[in-house]
Design a protein around this ligand. Sequence first.
Ligand SMILES: NC(=O)c1ccc[n+]([C@@H]2O[C@H](COP(=O)([O-])OP(=O)(O)OC[C@H]3O[C@@H](n4cnc5c(N)ncnc54)[C@H](OP(=O)(O)O)[C@@H]3O)[C@@H](O)[C@H]2O)c1
Length: 257
Amino acid sequence: MEKWSGKTAIVTGASAGIGDAIVRELVKYGINVVALARRMERLETLKDQLKDEPGKVIPIKCDVSDKASIDAAFEEIEKEVGTVQILVNNAGICFMQQMFGDDDEKTDEIISSTINTNFLGLVRVARKGYKLMKKSDDYGIIINIGSIAGHNASMEYFVNVYSGTKFAVRAVTESMRQELNKLKDTKVRVCEISPGGVQTEIGGDTIFTAEMKAILEAGEYPILKSSDVAQTVLFMLMTPYNVNITEMIVKPVGESM
Ligand SMILES: NC(=O)c1ccc[n+]([C@@H]2O[C@H](COP(=O)([O-])OP(=O)(O)OC[C@H]3O[C@@H](n4cnc5c(N)ncnc54)[C@H](OP(=O)(O)O)[C@@H]3O)[C@@H](O)[C@H]2O)c1
């Protein structure tokens, strides 16, 4: 990890769950982290909690489902840090909601915000992040967080378009990699991590219902911690610059999905 010390990372969705855990790991290695999310108060708390670590946290507000918000955030990032070397495209949402049934507006909103956040937002942030990487002649890496739901749509819940967005994340990650090959860019790697179930705040009560929480508390269901996924990000970073782990599936032992 020494090679990344003093470098700059951007982590989206840094205010909770997996993103928060990734920031906590990166700063330990002297990496300065631009932490993006909508809830600034959470990012400020994270910055405060990590103030004694070798790397610093730079909180910046960004709604990745909104192009204008991404544009404004990246203007600020460029002003604050100039260039970046690591981008972890992690922000994502998932609501347990049927697609069929009522032709209601709420479902339509969930469909568009899931696509805009998990897919369109990820692509737009990757485009902006790559541009900042190329401002220096340094090595760079883009890590897109997908999901096991991007490998297997047949889940036992109503995952709405979530699975579709995560299949799309895998596809576009490979398209990005191929495009960089065509551009003969041998300095920036693109890869994807597909976690299995992770106990976070995702979906709120629609996923972690009282019943599910009781099952988890009783240790009756295998599930990862956010810090487990953060370790896999470190693993990606530890590989030499010429090694591209293009895709990694991370499951808790015993997971059936
Ligand atoms: N938990 C799992 O079982 C699991 C499994 C596989 C993959 N994943 C993936 O892991 C990633 C992180 O999820 P998590 O489980 O850590 O969920 P989480 O605890 O709910 O955290 C989600 C993060 O994404 C941010 N976010 C959501 N919408 C955003 C938006 N429009 N703009 C900016 N930030 C936004 C949230 O910040 P704000 O609300 O403050 O903006 C929050 O920081 C997601 O891509 C998810 O699909 C999760």
